[in-house]
Design a protein around this ligand. Structure first.
Ligand SMILES: [Zn+2]
Length: 86
């Protein structure tokens, strides 16, 4: 499992996330099935109501994280995408 537990802060954050998850599941064991889709399409936001896209490597297909990684990639490789005027 690649959880990226590379430092103390992240470890704390993950613990907090697990606590939140436990609380949600205790309140409603069917939460995952019943929760309505988030507007962003982010799984993390949908399940946990959290805007923690740095955790979205735990979840598949977060469009926000994908966008962030794409922008980071462009920056690191000095790629400039020219926006065509409409
Ligand atoms: Zn996300």
């Amino acid at each position: 499992m690649s959880w990226g537990v590379e430092n103390e802060q992240k470890r704390k954050d993950i613990k907090e996330l697990l606590d939140v998850s436990e609380r949600i599941m205790r309140a409603n064991p069917n939460h995952v099935n019943e929760v309505s889709k988030s507007d962003s399409g982010c799984w993390m936001e949908q399940i946990y109501g959290m805007q923690r896209h740095d955790f979205c490597d735990l979840a598949p297909d977060c469009p926000i994280r994908r966008e962030q990684e794409w922008q980071k990639y462009l920056k690191e490789n000095n790629i400039v995408i020219e926006k065509k005027p409409d």
